[in-house]
Write a protein that binds this ligand. Structure first.
Ligand SMILES: NC(=O)c1ccc[n+]([C@@H]2O[C@H](COP(=O)([O-])OP(=O)(O)OC[C@H]3O[C@@H](n4cnc5c(N)ncnc54)[C@H](O)[C@@H]3O)[C@@H](O)[C@H]2O)c1
Length: 250
């Protein structure tokens, strides 16, 4: 059986780039996302390059769907060696502007989702005695970002979850690592820019947040996932790795 990697949020942006990169590394990739059409696009890209990918259109906030899909992956493709939690959502709001619904949705996708996938996948990794879980957090989990109250809380929680998993399971052959990107040019950021009063000015402002004066690319994040998940990353555990073009250095 092939070495299996599960990637959530694989229909778009960082998740798509990660799925494509890991398939190129030789993993058979099982992809979870709400967006069936986007998943089909990622699969076509992977298969076009000679890789293997499987689509699972589902809601990562649904514990039953996460449990049954993980079991299906284990039986039909193989027990995952790597789990990359990428799916996420954000709301532009201070605490005072955040509705109950938005708070619950952001926490559910960004924090409960990785908890559910990890809880479903860890027993399979523990049976084999090895596994790597990579959580895509954000610099927003380390510093406060303006009008991103629920988002920052969810990503700080995800970094805490990452460290707790590493502490509990390191001696059983499991590594768990968070990656904290700065601003990355994805479909998500494209939508934010399209909705801005002055999209060109908004783009310049977003680029200027990084010392490099540009946004990162999804491939730059996928490359770090590949390193962390692979054998060269074996001494990385429980860390929150920052990849932000110097955004948080200033
Ligand atoms: N783009 C950035 O600047 C940036 C910076 C730091 C961190 N991140 C993080 O990287 C991750 C990916 O961001 P992106 O910019 O690629 O976003 P994106 O919107 O392009 O992709 C997110 C994917 O998650 C999926 N998704 C959302 N809710 C879901 C659910 N309930 N169930 C299943 N799938 C769901 C979406 O369908 C989408 O395909 C997110 O966790 C985000 O917080 C992004």
């Amino acid at each position: 059986m092939s070495t299996v990697a599960v990637v959530t949020g694989a229909a778009s942006g960082i998740g798509r780039a990660t799925a494509v990169w890991l398939a190129r590394d030789g993993y058979e990739v099982a992809m979870m996302d709400l967006d069936a059409a986007g998943l089909a696009g990622t699969r076509a890209q992977i298969e076009g390059a000679g890789g293997k990918a499987h689509e699972f259109a589902m809601d990562l906030c649904d514990p039953l769907a996460v449990g049954s899909t993980t079991r299906e992956i284990a039986v039909t493709i193989g027990a995952p060696e790597v789990l990359v939690n990428v799916a996420g959502v954000g709301v532009a709001a201070t605490v005072l502007e955040t509705s109950d619904e938005d708070w619950s949705r952001v926490l559910a996708v960004n924090l409960t989702g990785p908890f559910l996938t990890t809880r479903a996948t860890l027993p399979l990794m523990l049976d084999r005695g090895s596994g790597v879980i990579v959580n895509i957090a954000s610099v927003g989990g380390l510093v406060g970002l303006s009008r991103r109250a629920a988002y920052c809380a969810s990503k700080a929680g995800l970094i805490g979850l990452t460290k707790a998993i590493a502490v509990d399971h390191a001696r059983e052959g499991i590594r768990c690592v968070a990656i904290c990107p700065g601003t990355v040019e994805t479909e998500w950021v494209g939508k934010i820019l399209a909705n801005a009063a002055d999209p060109a000015a908004a783009r310049n402002a977003m680029a200027a947040r990084q010392l490099d004066g540009r946004m990162g690319t999804p491939d730059e994040i996928a490359a770090m996932v590949s390193f962390v998940a692979g054998p060269d990353g074996r001494f990385v555990n429980g860390a929150a790795l920052v990849i932000d073009g110097g955004m948080t250095a200033a």
